[in-house]
Design a binder for this molecule. Structure first.
Ligand SMILES: NC(=O)C1=CN([C@@H]2O[C@H](COP(=O)(O)OP(=O)(O)OC[C@H]3O[C@@H](n4cnc5c(N)ncnc54)[C@H](O)[C@@H]3O)[C@@H](O)[C@H]2O)C=CC1
Ligand SMILES: C[N+](C)(C)CC(=O)CC(=O)[O-]
Length: 471
């Protein structure tokens, strides 16, 4: 962990601050807006309720947040400086000069700029790189890095450590990769509204009911490869290549950006979404993103792979409040909470299954073992709910071996949320199976030994007053 200096704490600077803080960094911020403290507080509140919900491990303890009176005070002693002031080159030059004068020698100075190139940012002698994130910065992993190779390489390592996905752009270009792309789509959308072809709402439906869902998990090229059928990309290109020269798009032409266009777009946008506050919309967006990203995590697709990699770097406490091994540590995501305002019954099974998977790894029944054709199947589960678990609660699961010879494993997954006794328990019976015959067989000797050693170590731990399996 280190100390991040955030210069400009608006939509993007606030998001950066939250990303660093929740990953254990200390953060210093400078923003002349008298409302900056309140605004950053609201962004942080959104981040706290959403980001930890991506992981089955606890994030590090939150760092400290300091509001500074000057740029110089903010950047002194920093391990990372992130400039996120408004998108005006003269302002960026002025702020980067202040940063350069006070920041430690050689520190990475990232600019969040959506469109300026490093050569433009550094015209007055700064040594900044572009580190262009996506809103909400605390949830979306992508950061486009553009600039000098050594600095972008160091930046990439830091960004991976805070759960982000650095994409180093091969050469500098206006608007990097993603914004060049988004700008083309945005320009087409403005034309469609201006020409009365579609409303803002209809365009959003066209995106979210169709290709938007595909893009989050496969992007454009993999999606189109599949769209070519069994012949793949070559057939896709043969079929749809010619239409590139038909007048489908107006990409070369920009609609005049006048008051009339702004009123038209903003008016339709108000009619579409004006009944909800921006913060409400942000929370809805974040809850959906967490749900989507958790689904992607199952297959490791897209952002799901980044979360998996980051999770593997997060330490897991060795023992829980009862002295038994910790198998899951997580914060309850919003997607787990139901209409009664607490964790729904289904996620208890999901969390317990993860705890049992982790326990299997601990005794050597890991991914390689399973690939070798042996595994455990669950034969029985019994859940007991003792106290409510709420959104945002941090759950620690400990796993106790109640009995079994390795062929059978009788486990108790205990859910702790801070009290003296578990908030819930899941009693579970696992059977060791040969995956080719689907029959119960003895485990490999080393796995049986580790299971027996765990059982012996847990023999003295208090047992629940009531057991259901094997009564
Ligand atoms: N909003 C977006 O969707 C994205 C924006 N960006 C980029 O991030 C940068 C910031 O954009 P936003 O956060 O959207 O703008 P914003 O307007 O929300 O925030 C800019 C902040 O900078 C502060 N500021 C103004 N002058 C300053 C100075 N001299 N020193 C320190 N702070 C100062 C303002 O008070 C404001 O809080 C821009 O370069 C933009 O292109 C990048 C990705 C996405
Ligand atoms: C509109 N924008 C150019 C500021 C967008 C970005 O830079 C990235 C994003 O979050 O969409």
């Amino acid at each position: 962990m280190g100390r991040a200096a955030i210069v400009g704490g608006g939509v993007i600077g606030g998001g950066w601050a939250a990303r660093f803080l929740l990953n254990g960094w200390d953060v210093a911020i400078f923003d002349p807006d008298p409302e900056a403290g309140r605004k950053i507080g609201e962004v942080l509140a959104n981040a706290r309720r959403s980001l930890p919900g991506l992981y089955e491990r606890g994030l590090p303890a939150e760092g400290s947040l300091t509001f500074c009176a000057t740029v110089e005070e903010t950047v002194a002693g920093a391990d990372w400086v992130q400039e996120s002031v408004p998108e005006r080159l003269d302002l960026k030059h002025r702020v980067l000069a202040q940063v350069m004068a006070a920041a430690p020698e050689g520190v990475v100075i990232g600019s969040s700029t959506s469109g300026f190139k490093p050569s433009e940012l550094n015209e007055k002698g700064a040594t900044a790189i572009v580190a262009h994130p996506f809103n909400p910065v605390y949830l979306l992993p992508l950061v486009e890095l553009v600039g000098e190779a050594d600095r972008t390489a160091r930046a990439a390592e830091t960004l991976r450590g805070i759960g982000m996905f650095p994409l180093t752009v091969r050469k500098e270009i206006d608007a990097h990769i993603a914004d060049r792309f988004l700008e083309a789509v945005w320009r087409e959308a403005l034309w469609l509204v201006k020409d009365g072809v579609a409303t803002t709402e209809e365009i959003d439906e066209a995106i979210r009911m169709g290709f938007g869902l595909r893009w989050a998990q496969m992007g454009m090229f993999e999606t189109y490869r599949i769209a070519g059928g069994e012949a793949g990309m070559r057939h896709f290109m043969a079929q749809f290549g010619p239409c590139l020269t038909w007048p489908w798009t107006k990409l070369m032409d920009v609609p005049e950006f006048n008051d009339e266009l702004v009123d038209l777009i903003a008016g339709q946008s108000d009619a579409q979404s004006g009944h909800r506050s921006i913060r409400e919309l942000e929370r809805l967006r974040d809850d959906n993103l967490v749900g989507i990203m958790r689904a992607l995590k199952r297959t490791g697709s897209g952002a799901g792979g980044v979360i998996r990699d980051h999770e593997a770097r997060l330490p897991l406490a060795e023992t829980g409040p009862d002295g038994l091994p910790v198998t899951v540590e997580m914060q309850v995501p919003t997607t787990y909470v139901d209409y009664n305002g607490h964790m729904n019954e289904a996620p208890y099974m999901e969390v317990s299954a993860r705890a049992s998977d982790r326990f299997m790894e601990m005794i050597g029944a890991d991914a390689a073992y399973i690939a070798g054709g042996l595994s455990y199947f669950t034969a029985e589960n019994h859940i007991r709910y003792f106290s409510e678990i709420d959104i945002g609660d941090r759950i620690t699961v400990t796993t106790q071996v109640l009995g079994g010879d390795g062929r059978k494993l009788h486990l108790l997954n205990k859910f702790w949320t801070g009290g003296e006794t578990p908030a819930a328990t899941v009693e579970t019976l696992l059977l060791h199976v040969d995956l080719s015959t689907r029959r119960v067989v003895a485990p490999r000797a080393d796995v049986a030994e580790k299971a027996a050693a765990m059982a012996a170590a847990h023999a003295g731990a208090p047992r629940p007053d009531r057991l259901v399996i094997g009564r």
